[in-house]
Design a protein around this ligand. Sequence first.
Ligand code: PLZ
Length: 447
Amino acid sequence: MSTALPEIPQERRLVTAVPGPKSAELMARRKAAVSAGVGASFPVFVERGSGGILLDVDGNSIIDLGAGIAVTSVGVSAPLVVEGVQSQVEKLTHTCFMIVGYDSYVQVCEKLNELTPGTHEKRSALFNSGAEAVENAIKIARAYTGRSEIVAVEHGYHGRTNLTMGLTAKNMPFKQSFGPFTPGIHRVPVAYPLRDTRSGEEVAAAAIRRMESEIGGSNIAAIIIEPILGEGGFIVPAPGYLPAMQKFANDNGIVFIADEIQTGFARTGAWFASEHEGIVPDLVTTAKGIAGGLPLAAVTGRADIMDSVHVGGLGGTYGGNPVACAAALGSIQTMEELDLVNRANEIGEILTTRLAALAAELDVIAEVRGRGAMIAVELVKPGTLEPAGDLAKRVAAACIAEGVLVLTAGTYGNVLRFLPPLVIEFDLLNEGLDVVGEVLAKEAANL
Ligand code: PLZ
């Protein structure tokens, strides 16, 4: 089935200022119709996309270095995702899987059980959003252990629902004025190499001392950690931290949950980021890259844990919707056929080489870090570790005006993060990085 739309050339091309007049008009309508509580990183509206390009409503071709926050790893409207969705939507839009089944739900679970770390027997359950997957992972861990307490880490991000806000570390904009949060959540240190010179093992030991003294290992149902902390600023915990935390969990009958919602599905140059440190989590949460832009999320894990919940305890009207499942199967097939795991590593090479060269010239870059196609630079006031959050914001705003979309992140808002679609052409990626380099040099000079 063909959409008959002309192909979008893979080139940066500006035909108006960005934002152009049509985007400006839509921004005005948005202001009158949409809650002010829903933010907008950029005042731009987009009509189409493909590969590494987003085409805005004014006809500008913008290089996409964000992939909708690590979602469209196979590109926006990837052919196999479009085909899968189109044929599915004609046949069956919904049954509610808890009422009567359809095979694509089972296929997605089979694929998740196969691809997530570890060869043990696994089960999966499907949901709509990352936050919902995290909520369910916590429900499952509590049911399995019969315990209540949950441990999350500093700089962690897990969502915007009440439980997941509680797990999320950063106050603004995620938690401010939305409390109180659910009880039973504790936060322990994470190894943040740039800002903490201790080894991964030392930070884990401090976290473990805290858990033992303040909570008691036997009261903890789950420890939840992102193997690379996404919204927190692409913090790669110092080596040894994750294995030590997992060992403590295993030794104490605690369910170890890896939140791979941002890091999963080929993004970091492995199917899952846990693999980089040989971690085999008890449960893994996934979303974002799983379905090429359709809303789908999952919890996958040890069969005995996943099956410990009473029948009917997990579900929801739309979880694992057939159209979203068809998109996931198209997205996963694309990743396999195009070997996007390997491509993420190639993209990572380009990103780290180019950004390291920039860091050698610009003393506002304190660190280049990340894995695969999940790379960031942390910006500081020169000669200090004082975060330069305004600079990151100004760079992102100036980049979009030049036709390059770059996202910010970080507890202090001072991180530029690069999450290009994994299908982006290397020339286009390099052109995007040329622009970022020029803009950063110019803005840093005005610090
Ligand atoms: N866990 C690790 O990265 C979503 C949030 C954007 P949802 N991250 C992007 C924003 O400002 O809301 C995320 C994540 C990790 C959970 C989530 C939550 O996933 O699909 O946004 O609910």
